[in-house]
Design a protein around this ligand. Structure first.
Ligand code: 1GP
Length: 234
């Protein structure tokens, strides 16, 4: 794959600047998928907060697998596992108040898949969920009313104590606090930071992209497809 880093892995990888996030539970036409593939994006993440099933993930994967762009799967459910993706994100939620999202679900998955999982290209993807009104915050019981000090302590825990090389700043549905994103990025220059939330224009993608390695664009694909296409090219 053209995108792999010097260790032969997909991530961390500073060449993947823009990704579209496809929700297996939302309808999208073949024509739209082709337009996304040829939009200039650097890859796709497949994942969603509700209604995700193995059948739906598999069906979506089959519709995009012909692309040479990296296809990643954000694996949130042990019963919705699909082989074939180029890379697997194993999410944990740093600011959850529910142990399920920091290890319990992972233990369940490991008991089912065991060594089959560890042969796959994967990395832990620690999420910091900062929009209190998004589905992900509700689902994971995220504590979002954090001080800047708390935010930086969470990211320090992830990057410097757990030594995880990736970090996802999640504002799903709203454009986030640029100053806060900048502070996190400055504090962790060697971490591959993903930003997702409310990006609907190239200007926003470029603005966040000044501080993070990868911007992820999701909702606007399903709300205003033409605008989604305009977010690429950073
Ligand atoms: C969602 O972070 C992604 O998980 C992208 O956010 O859907 O708001 O673009 P949006």
């Amino acid at each position: 794959m053209a995108y792999t880093n010097q260790n032969g892995c997909l991530f961390p990888n500073r060449t993947i600047r823009h990704m579209f996030k496809l929700d297996p539970n939302k309808p999208i036409s073949d024509s739209q998928l082709e337009q996304l593939i040829h939009s200039g994006t650097d890859g796709f993440v497949v994942g969603g907060s509700d209604g995700v099933s193995e059948q739906k993930v598999e069906a979506l994967y089959r519709r995009i697998q012909h692309t040479s762009l990296p296809l990643c799967y954000e694996m949130t459910q042990a019963d919705a596992f699909v082989f074939g993706f180029d890379f697997y994100f194993i999410p944990i939620v740093l600011n959850t108040t529910n142990l399920d999202w920091i290890g319990q679900r992972h233990v369940q998955a490991l008991q089912i898949y065991d060594s089959r999982l560890t042969w796959l290209p994967y990395e832990t993807l620690p999420y910091l969920i900062l929009n209190p009104n998004c589905k992900a915050a509700e689902l994971t019981c995220a504590k979002t009313d954090l001080t800047i000090g708390e935010v930086l302590a969470y990211t320090q825990l992830s990057t410097e104590i757990f030594h995880i090389p990736l970090l996802y700043i999640e504002y799903s549905g709203v454009y986030g606090d640029l100053t806060l994103v900048k502070q996190i990025a400055i504090r962790h220059p060697n971490v591959h930071i993903f930003y997702g939330g409310g990006i609907v224009s190239r200007e926003q993608a470029e603005e966040m992209g000044r501080y993070v390695q990868t911007v992820v664009v999701g909702n606007v694909i399903y709300q205003d497809f033409e605008r989604a296409l305009q977010t690429v090219g950073i």
